[in-house]
Every structure is written in structure tokens, then in C-alpha cells.
Write a protein that binds this ligand. Sequence first.
Ligand code: SAM
Length: 262
Amino acid sequence: MNAPPDEPQATHDENAETTHFGFQDVPLAAKQSLVDDVFHSVANRYDLMNDLMSGGLHRAWKEALVTAVNPPRGRSFSLLDLAGGTGDVAFRVLAAGGGATRATVVDINPDMLAVGRERAAARGRAGIAFVEGNAESLPFPDRSFDAVTIAFGIRNVPRIEAALAEARRVLAIGGRFVCLEFSTVDMPGLHALYDFYSFNVIPALGRFVTGDAEAYRYLVESIRRFPRPESFAGMMRAAGLARVSFRPLTGGIVALHSGWRL
Ligand code: SAM
């Protein structure tokens, strides 16, 4: 039924919607610039911090993602790595695939992309493009990639549903979406140790290495606010992805999520 003409129409007010920025509730429209400030501040030390914080484990987690993507060696293959930052996942997929593998890294933060471009130049790595863009609204046609990945990126995106819908849209039919994200530690002994490490050691390490403890406090808090893996799997299904599954790694510190465009 149409509303009477003299009655005010309901409008969508983004400032009225809130979301999380770590443990703070913030207007949905404000989150992206807060996230951008974090990655602007840490871009130059981002890769070093990943190694220090995770004791090198992030490398094994990313290799599990690459195994799931399984780039073929004998034919062309196009990867889109969302929130790809300094290109770490894309470099790994290129190394695993054949000579006809191509990777496009999309990230909203020019400082992270600049580090990625320098890494590509230093390695003489071809077949990789760095594109500034928002995962919520991708500048690519429908069905243009064989695989779409996102590692430790989705919890930073304000409108997760929009990013998942975009990932599905740009996937070729039969293509796979693979997402690596921090998850929920359910092992009692590990839980206490992990909390102590997260809330005490990581911000102090962040202050020492990057001069920015707050950026790493955000990291730890945002992990706690991210949906449990079962809920995130539900969001992937709601976005239209099929055969959705997830696998906890390292006691649930991270989870590898997978879905297909069928
Ligand atoms: N994927 C890389 C890795 O695993 O090393 C970088 C992950 S880093 C924790 C998160 C990245 O998400 C940052 O580079 C940040 O700029 C990016 N990001 C945040 N919001 C975004 C958005 N709306 N669209 C695209 N990238 C975004």
C-alpha cells in the first residue's frame, strides 16, 4: 500500500546506523575513515608486524588459503584479492600458479598499495595489478575472476554484506571465494593465554615497532567483535554463495571460509 502523500516517507539515514570500531560503537558512515587511519599509520611496518605478532604463523595460514584457491599451472587463471594491502596473498598465489596466472589486488588504502607496488618492483614480479578501490563497490564487470580471496580484511569493511555480494558478483560461474579471518578460540587453556597475549603483548609490540599501540588495540578488539564462524558462514550463504564451509586453524585463532558461485 502506498503512504498518503502528506505523510513523510521513511528515508535511509546512514548516520543513524551504528557499527563497531573495535569495542566502540560508531556511526556506520564513520567506520571506514577510522580504519583507513589505522592502516595509514602502520603501512610501512605492516608486514614486519605480521611476522612478529603471529610468530610467522600468518605465513602458514595464508598458504592454507593458497592451497584452497589451488591455482592451475597449465592454464590461465585470474585472482582478485580483496583488501589485499601489501600484496602478500597475491604474491603467494602467483608463485603457486602457472605463468598464465594473473592477480589483481584491491585495497582502499593507497599507503598499503604503495608498499605492495614497491615489493612487486623489488621482486621483478609481473602479472600483478594494484587497484585502489572499495570492496563494497568493485570497479569490475560481473563474472570476471576465477577466484576471489580476502585475508584478514573482511572484519575491517563496514558493510560486510555488500562486500560479500560484490565478491559473488565478480566471480565467474564455478569460481571460489576464500576468506581467511581471525575467529573464535574455544579451547579453554588456549583462550586465557590468547587473551593475555592479545590485550597485553600485541599493543605493546605495536607501540614498539610502529609507534602506534592504538592501531593494534583496534586489531585485537575488532577480532573479538567479528561474528562467530557459523554466523559468518550464514552471511556468505545470504550473499548467494553455495557449498559454504569453514575450517578452524590453530585452535580457532583463524578460520578459513570457502564458498562457490554456482
Ligand atoms: N590482506 C592483506 C594481508 O593479509 O596481509 C592485508 C590485510 S589488512 C589487516 C586489512 C586491509 O583491509 C588493509 O589494507 C585495509 O586498507 C583494507 N581495507 C579496509 N577496508 C576496506 C574496504 N572497504 N575495501 C578494500 N580494502 C579495505
